[in-house]
Design a binder for this molecule. Structure first.
Ligand code: CA
Length: 646
């Protein structure tokens, strides 16, 4: 081997299919580092690679050889922001060894705007399984980079000691030196703005029963952010923080999405590109819209008359589902539930039932409890659900990110599929590729969701800001079970009618009806539990209810038109030949929405739902741009002028 070939072998460069994304490697003594650039601009400075197991230390690594191949990511998905993925990719493998000569491969997967990597440990000795003690994978950003970050909570705090549950506030555009609120770093995904050079979204995918969920540490001036494992206190202190797997085996993928602008951040499918289905579905699953009484009418609605009212609301809206939330077992018993399910199905409405996951990891009293955590109770319960025609479960209040909890998610999903049950998770971790990995997985909360708007006015005040944020972050990497879209003015049953003493109670919605319709498009979950109430059939604008009847919950394509996290967004989602474009403004300064240019870009003519002098109105394309004040939005339904145009 000549000197040049030797140097190339030691310092390979992996380049994305269109040549704009580059990952280069450097060897600093025994330390192997990687750096990421896009269009020649550095987005990640040389950052650490490596991990340590109980069997071998791979934190010092030397590249022995490398190889690359070009391939295509081609697959279909029925429940996210895109239905058919078909793009070129580059697979690169660094064959490394540690100073003791123990081999380790680092596998890379590059698309035009994503770089993902994972560690693959062979079975090179008698040892057939390992515990991973730590990972030194790091993310070092150029000076001046700012972050859009949400902290990992302390464990065993909050409602009935049920945290961490990914229900924390975001900090916007903060310097890297800013410490996380609880001192435990930040949960995925994390968004970074590298000055005017570009954007980077860091997350992970492919986490299943064979690993824990990870997060980013606080920023270290030398190492940068590193991959951190769960805290010992999670899951009530039960279960290890060191993930273990059989050899040969691999870690989950660390994902890095980059772009000169934000479109690749919103449109990425890397969370799904690099994972595989974990099992074949026992039957097809159908997605769509749902009603649920708990969100506005709360615990008091767990009674026969109110559940019937919400079943009838779903039927009137042509929604296929109702979610019957906590406490149903105490109110109806299993026999009463059989009767209610029979009634729902007679109206063409299928049923989801709520369960607590616990368990020994919180103090939850909402029932049913201690069913989903225990296979001996779970399996007969699921058989019963299948026998009466229940179609899904919502399981709430999980114990954190330890491997033990990831195992519980997977076991619930796998058992549920045996009985034709779809799964929604609340009080839960971020889904990491699960929409492709588990055929009956629907979506997870893992966000400060709609319930907080019922509990506190500040969450209503921030509703538009949140809806302008999540499409760039939380909802970019996975389905988000937000449970929103309110058409009540007050988020309670009275909806503005005076209560005792003539007082009006309840938190107050700040957004316009048009903004709420925009949120129905901005937030993506394959089953949308909308927060509408039976009174909305008569007191909400007919055009709003008509739009909610029409709006899809899964999409063929998603494109960012404009926006900035937390400030404003214009997002286009396509279903068949129709584009649904949602615009929302969270800033004091009005947003100017140029509908003609959007029509020209997407091809077609728009029907527009926006705010007029008398509230929600439907118009055709205006001559001038539409002016959206703070908390106002609009929806454009664009059908092709030439129907064969798509
Ligand atoms: Ca929650």
């Amino acid at each position: 081997m000549n000197i040049l070939a030797l140097l190339l072998a030691l310092a390979p460069v992996f380049t994305g299919p269109d040549g704009r994304l580059q990952v280069r490697f450097e060897q600093d003594g025994a330390q192997l580092r990687y750096a990421v650039s896009y269009d020649g601009k550095t987005l990640l400075e040389p950052s650490g690679l490596g991990l340590q197991t109980n069997d071998a230390d791979y934190t010092a690594l030397t590249v022995v050889s490398s190889d690359t191949e070009t391939l295509r990511d081609t697959y279909t998905l029925d429940r996210i922001k895109a239905s058919r993925i078909d793009h070129p990719a580059v697979r690169g493998v660094l064959h490394c060894q540690n100073p003791d000569g123990r081999p380790l491969d680092i596998e890379w997967h590059l698309t035009d705007n994503d770089a993902a990597f994972r560690y693959c440990i062979p079975r090179d000795t008698e040892t057939g399984s390992v515990r991973v003690l730590r990972e030194t994978s790091a993310f070092r950003f150029p000076e001046g980079t700012t972050g859009f970050l949400t902290p990992q909570s302390d464990a065993m705090i909050g409602w009935k000691r049920s945290k961490p549950s990914y229900e924390e506030h975001y900090r916007f555009d903060v310097p890297l030196t800013e410490r996380s609120q609880y001192g435990h770093g930040f949960t995925f995904p994390c968004l970074f703005r590298v000055g005017s050079d570009g954007w980077v979204l860091v997350s992970e995918t492919g986490v299943d029963s064979r690993y824990c969920g990870s997060r980013l540490s606080d920023y270290d001036p030398v190492a940068g952010y590193t991959v951190a494992f769960p805290m010992p206190e999670e899951n009530n202190g039960n279960g290890t923080v060191e993930p273990a797997f059989a050899l040969p085996g691999a870690t989950p993928w660390r994902t890095i999405t980059v772009g000169a602008d934000l479109a690749p951040i919103v449109e990425t499918t890397i969370a799904f590109d690099v994972v595989e289905p974990r099992y074949e579905a026992t039957r097809p699953y159908l997605y769509g819209k749902s009603t649920w009484s708990w969100i506005v009418w709360q615990d008091a609605s767990m009674n026969h008359a109110d559940q019937v009212a919400y079943i009838d609301l779903a039927a009137a809206m042509d929604f296929p589902y109702i979610l019957i939330d906590a406490g149903w077992d105490q109110e109806f018993g299993h026999a009463g539930m059989e009767e209610l399910v029979r009634y729902a199905r007679s109206k063409g409405v299928e049923v989801f039932l709520w369960y607590s996951s616990s368990g020994w990891w919180n103090d939850i009293v909402q029932s049913p409890v201690n069913v989903m955590c225990d296979p001996l109770a779970r399996k007969p319960e699921m058989r019963w659900m299948e026998s009466i025609g229940v179609k899904g479960i919502k399981v709430d209040f999980f114990g954190g990110d330890k491997q033990e909890t990831m195992r519980l998610y997977e076991h619930i999903l796998s058992d549920a599929d045996d009985h034709g049950l779809m799964c929604i998770f609340h009080g839960a971790t971020l889904p990491r590729g699960w929409e492709r990995m588990y055929p009956n997985y629907v979506g997870s909360e893992a966000v400060l969701a709609s319930e907080n708007m019922v509990f506190g006015q500040n969450h209503c005040d921030l509703e538009a800001q949140s809806a302008c944020l999540h499409p760039f972050l939380r909802n970019s990497v996975g389905s988000m079970e937000f449970g929103g879209v309110f058409l009540n003015k007050r988020l309670n049953r009275a909806n503005g009618a005076p209560g005792p003493g003539g007082r009006v109670f309840g938190t107050q919605r700040r957004t316009t009806d048009a903004a709420e319709l925009a949120i129905a498009v901005l937030y993506q979950n394959p089953i949308q539990n909308f927060a509408i109430t039976p009174n909305n059939l008569t007191d909400a604008p007919a055009a709003a209810m008509g739009f909610l009847r029409e709006v899809p919950t899964t999409w063929d394509e998603t494109r960012l038109i404009d926006g900035y996290p937390g400030r404003c967004i214009v997002l286009a989602r396509r279903k068949g030949a129709t584009w649904y474009v949602a615009a929302l403004n969270a800033e004091e300064a009005p947003y100017s929405l140029d509908i003609k240019s959007i029509e020209a870009r997407l091809g077609g003519s728009a029907r527009i739902l926006c705010t007029g002098s008398d509230g929600l109105q439907t118009i055709s394309t205006p001559k001038k741009p539409l002016r959206l004040p703070k908390d106002d939005g609009a929806v454009l339904v664009i059908r092709p002028t030439n129907p064969s145009g798509f």
